[in-house]
Design a protein around this ligand. Sequence first.
Ligand SMILES: Cc1cc2nc3c(=O)[nH]c(=O)nc-3n(C[C@H](O)[C@H](O)[C@H](O)COP(=O)(O)OP(=O)(O)OC[C@H]3O[C@@H](n4cnc5c(N)ncnc54)[C@H](O)[C@@H]3O)c2cc1C
Length: 480
Amino acid sequence: MKSVWLTEKNVNQYPKINKSCTKNIVVVGGGIAGYLTAFNLSQKGHEVTLIEAQNLFNGTTGFTTAHIDALHSLFYKDLQKMSTDKARLYYWSQKNAIDDYESLIKKYNIQCDFKRVDSFILAQQQDVQKLKKEYEALKAIGEHPDFFVSTDIFGENMCALKVPFMAIFDPIKFLRALPVNFEIFENSRITDVDFNNKILYCGKIAIKANKIIIATNYPIINVPGWYFLRMYKSTSYAVSVKSKTELTKIYQSTSESGITLRSNNDQLIVGGLDHRTGRVDDTTKYQTLLKKVQTIEQNASITHHWSANDCVTFDGIPFIGYYSKKSKDIYVITGFSKYGMANALTASKVISDLIEKKPNKYQKLFSPSRTTPLFVFLKNLLSVVSNLVIMPLILPFKSYKSLKKGEGRIVMYFGSKRAVYKDEKGKYHVCQALCAHLKCQLKFNMVDKTWDCPCHGSRFDIDGNLLVGPSVKSLKNYPN
Ligand SMILES: Cc1cc2nc3c(=O)[nH]c(=O)nc-3n(C[C@H](O)[C@H](O)[C@H](O)COP(=O)(O)OP(=O)(O)OC[C@H]3O[C@@H](n4cnc5c(N)ncnc54)[C@H](O)[C@@H]3O)c2cc1C
């Protein structure tokens, strides 16, 4: 699984942290959110250290499709129901971020394939009313979209809404070209946080900090914050194919599967098919995306395919600000809800202004301490009950002997319940069956051959090595 953005050059550039130390501002997480925040703060003269668990940008950022788009499917019609001012403010946070990217790219003369494009939202004819409502909401917040009753795309007749002057880029080329005036450690996973004393632990190494920013995509501190009850993790897929057609438009659809489309020089990238992480058993995702793109490029074949996860908040607005009311020195950036490109740049500014005690018009909008409705907590609790409480108590009916080659499942293995994968050579890979985060029962992902947590979205390879948090530990592996 390789995305179009991650190339061989992107590995092991920075050292591992190797001794206990005291730092000023520590950013945990080297994705687009953490990196831009470290960059922004360092540009303002702060001493910043960024700590990344693996290699920079190898989290969700390396597996994005990188539309920088203020349109978010049918988001504004719902946001406007809460408040038109809120919807307007959010929209302008996205538009301003696109302009800010362009300014940075010009200022540092960055070659990252940044292009301004028209953005389209596509809806099937039966959803024309919903799209009309989105159109009205956008008009109410001051945008001037075009509405098309009929347009042919993906072999279908759709209705569409268009707003010009959005953008695309190569996020990794962009991030790698920014000047680095801060310290970076790679392959240094934070395994514990002493919230009250502001100490981060990387195994036995202790890092004392004045300020800490948790930008780990899914926050690694469960309490305070309670983010695991206010968001869920969603997986999306993407494929890239060679193409003779270079699009000057980007597309997203309103269907549940949420298809997106863009060009990247001589490639077409189609993404989508979102679902809650660890909850879907479908091995045909990449083929479905290929079929979509073949409606545009007939004989296309896949050159790259990938999947990744992002956190979706209860109201679709990210959490950017103080981690909890308990501390003004610990901050969080999370919950981009699949629209992280513009939001990450906005986040870097909101956090910098909070640290510098400067006003920022977006602080309140993104504040993590905004009220979360009780039903959201309950819904999230209920949605994990089965995998957190019931499934761990049930012994599996099947034994590891029933596994076919290439199959993984929770089975009985010599009298114990285990997560077992049988590889193509017939070798068994045996791990603990419960997630190392909060002990939910894991589920095997047949598409990517990983163990995924259906509760909070941690992912592990077939030998139990941690791939994606919020877990900070790998699974116990039982060699055989
Ligand atoms: C398939 C797909 C397509 C998308 N397309 C778009 C798009 O077109 N436009 C758009 O705006 N958004 C898109 N998104 C969303 C966007 O890519 C994400 O919101 C964004 O990349 C998230 O960035 P991040 O920095 O929060 O997370 P990440 O990139 O995941 O960075 C978090 C980093 O923290 C590190 N980390 C985790 N735990 C620890 C720890 N304990 N110690 C140290 N480091 C740790 C991780 O290794 C990781 O590198 C897409 C998402 C997906 C999945």
